[in-house]
Design a protein around this ligand. Structure first.
Ligand SMILES: Cc1cc2nc3c(=O)[nH]c(=O)nc-3n(C[C@H](O)[C@H](O)[C@H](O)COP(=O)(O)OP(=O)(O)OC[C@H]3O[C@@H](n4cnc5c(N)ncnc54)[C@H](O)[C@@H]3O)c2cc1C
Length: 380
């Protein structure tokens, strides 16, 4: 086996193997059927929680399995490599919903929510995007008005992963004036009166629920505020950095899956008397796919190491997220091309990966917005 970056050690490889075994026994046999049904069973959260997999990257004192950023990314890479992105997104959405609570919430809130989520007993989501505010987070309109010991929330969110099933929602709200200085983060229980949720049908990730959420005079305890009032924007931005590294890891896993499937198929499928892989043009495509994946992996591993050393690497993470999306889209397109007609037929990984290949160039900060952010961070 090829050597890995020195951030990985024997323990991380054991965890990688553990995730692969979990996928082989708990996801692989059912994943295609779940895709067609449009959901996976809620008990999968508990199984992943029992195996300690939801806790990867989270502090042990709150029920996590430890391992920091490295295990956080490793979990996302390996679940993505299963080729079942809907399951990965559903299982791993706590990776964006929970960190703001652990970083900014009261101790009581952390103790109430984190162990239950990491055990797989409760589900959480992060709700930032709105019908009129996606890339431009500072223009969100959902309001939270202080009323005694509560906030009264009104507004709407959209495209929220796990939004239908979530027991807890980490929500960006406007508590002050316009712009980023009026934004706060608030935890809203999924069953609070006045919350209504509707599933959105989408191009892919069918097993992951994606919700439109409406808030109509929802009363939320003021103790559910994360950090200081009107200081939520910074927390959201810090959380985006973590999310984007996790997305990069997922992009690597998805690309690896498409590449492995395609290498296998190119050796089986024969045209003009020989295997596809014996045609030089096809070999070049496979090498280009592999080169992109190697480049992404090297960039991500180095960035994990730099963040572990205390660097913020905001520009670099934004560039990795945008570049990762481009590589993954190319890998998915070439994989589908090499599969030919079979790549257009439902029921296997390459068709699904191709169909879903745009999502991560949009979600979590679009490619254009990432490049804009990187250019500003680079000082020009
Ligand atoms: C499947 C899925 C799951 C999601 N899950 C979540 C979730 O769990 N929680 C959550 O809060 N959000 C979630 N999102 C929302 C996602 O983060 C947004 O879709 C994304 O931030 C883009 O916002 P938008 O869709 O409103 O596009 P817009 O902001 O309207 O942008 C539309 C297009 O214009 C481009 N654009 C915008 N501004 C500029 C500019 N200044 N310069 C150049 N181009 C620009 C964008 O790049 C994009 O291509 C999810 C989205 C999807 C599709």
């Amino acid at each position: 086996m090829a050597l890995r970056h020195p951030i990985y050690d024997a323990d991380s490889e054991l965890i990688r193997d553990q995730i692969r075994r979990f996928i082989a026994s708990e996801i692989e046999p059912y994943g295609e059927a779940w895709e067609e049904e449009g959901a996976f069973p809620r008990e999968l959260y508990r199984k992943a929680g029992d195996a300690g997999l939801l806790g990867l990257g989270f502090e042990e004192e709150y029920g996590g399995s430890g391992g920091g950023l490295l295990y956080y990314c490793l979990a996302r890479e390996e679940f993505a490599a299963s080729g079942f992105s809907g399951v990965r997104v559903g299982l791993m959405a706590h990776g964006i919903g929970l960190p703001p609570i652990l970083k900014l919430g009261s101790e009581a809130l952390r103790q109430e929510i984190a162990p239950a989520v990491l055990a797989g007993d409760k589900i959480i989501c992060l709700a930032i995007s709105e019908p009129d505010a996606g890339s431009d987070v500072a223009s969100i309109r959902t309001t939270a008005r202080r009323d005694g010991d509560s906030y009264i929330v009104n507004g709407a969110k959209c495209f929220i992963s796990n939004g239908v099933r979530a027991d807890y929602m980490t929500v960006a709200v406007r508590t002050g004036g316009p712009g980023m200085a009026g934004v706060s983060l608030l935890v809203i229980p999924g069953d609070a009166p006045g919350v209504s949720r509707t599933a959105m049908k989408k191009v892919g990730w069918w097993t992951s629920d994606t919700a439109e959420i409406a808030f109509a005079d929802v009363r939320v305890p003021a103790a559910n505020l994360l950090g200081a009032e009107n200081a939520g924007f910074r927390g959201i931005m810090n959380n985006f950095n973590l999310e984007r590294l996790g997305i990069a890891a997922s992009l690597i896993g998805i690309s690896r899956c498409a590449y492995d499937e395609t290498v296998r198929y190119a050796h089986e499928r024969k045209t003009f008397g020989k295997a596809l892989a014996e045609h030089q043009v096809v070999r070049h495509k496979l090498v280009d796919m592999r080169a992109g994946i190697e480049a992404l992996q090297a960039m991500m591993d180095t960035l994990i190491w730099r963040v572990q050393q205390g660097e913020a690497c905001i520009a670099e993470i934004a560039m990795l997220k945008a570049f990762g999306g481009e590589i993954q889209e190319k890998v998915a397109a070439e994989a589908a091309q090499i599969f030919g007609g079979a790549g257009m037929i439902r029921g296997h990984k390459v068709e699904r990966i191709f169909r879903e290949s745009k999502i991560l160039s949009i979600g979590g900060g679009s490619a254009e917005v990432m490049k804009d952010l990187a250019s500003r961070q680079l000082g020009w």
